[in-house]
Design a protein around this ligand. Sequence first.
Ligand SMILES: Nc1ncnc2c1ncn2[C@@H]1O[C@H](COP(=O)(O)OP(=O)(O)OP(=O)(O)O)[C@@H](O)[C@H]1O
Ligand SMILES: [Mg+2]
Length: 315
Amino acid sequence: MIEVENLTKKYGDARGINDVTFTVEKGEVLGFLGPNGAGKTTTMRILTCFMPATSGKAKIAGFDVFEDSLEVRKRIGYLPESVPLYTDMQVPVYLEFVAGLKGVDRRDVKRRVSHVMDDCALNAVSKKYIGELSKGYRQRVGLAQALINDPEVLILDEPTIGLDPRQIIEIRSLIKSLGGRRTVILSTHILPEVSMICQRVVIINEGRLVAVDTPQNLTAQLQRSQQILIRVGGPEKEVLSEVGKINGVSRVSVKENGADNINAYLIELKKDMVDAGKDIPPVIVRKNWSLHEMRPVGMSLEDIFIKLVTEEKIN
Ligand SMILES: Nc1ncnc2c1ncn2[C@@H]1O[C@H](COP(=O)(O)OP(=O)(O)OP(=O)(O)O)[C@@H](O)[C@H]1O
Ligand SMILES: [Mg+2]
């Protein structure tokens, strides 16, 4: 349904995205995951015909986004990073207005508005002006305007950003329910979010695609090495070698040098040997060193990127 091939966008000399290739099947929900400046919005703007790429191809439902932009626009709904909402309009009035802009048949407008108001649970605020709405409700109005022309393809740029946890849950389940019949691409910084909503994930970093996989496979990749941080008082070289000898430990490195020979060390455990952590304190006790801290280190999204980018394990 969506085909992106060697897509590149340069902003003058600055990099936007570089040689991005991926496809999305009909009915699939694809997560676009990446840190700030990765190129998520850039890719989405190209797909939604908001700006041309420097080179490469993108097709939606078989139509080229550059050559057949009218056909493409008819088939997509777009929730931009910041939705241009008119604060002095009531919700249904605004949605009717957008329906008009998007060329929805006049006879269908009322029906479409009432449909998306149901879908996005907006009936409770049907009398309110958009300016009076909470952020979560505004985001729903944003989603409703993207859905108003009953598009086959939905492109949602960070749909849960800035929402409170309850609103996040609601918006996520709403998006999830949109999959199947529609093809959805959504962008996010949040890894658990893609596991919850998406069948597949594209990871993008500094304009380049670093992984395309299912969330399950990515999570497995992350769990391959679990990390533990310890703060130990003892001779650095000996700590490195003794801890490194523990069965199940794949790597030890000094994370931070402190006073009195008390250093922080980062220990990486082999996959399926995360129990090896319990063997660390006995070694320290046997050596008569002091143990000041010991805690598991969660892998942040940035760690994953660094791992993916530096190791180039997948794709
Ligand atoms: N209009 C522009 N002019 C110049 N450079 C731009 C422009 N828009 C984006 N960029 C650059 O392109 C790169 C990708 O930006 P983009 O907005 O696509 O990232 P993003 O993944 O959406 O990030 P964020 O998570 O912050 O929204 C960045 O280096 C950014 O500075
Ligand atoms: Mg963005």
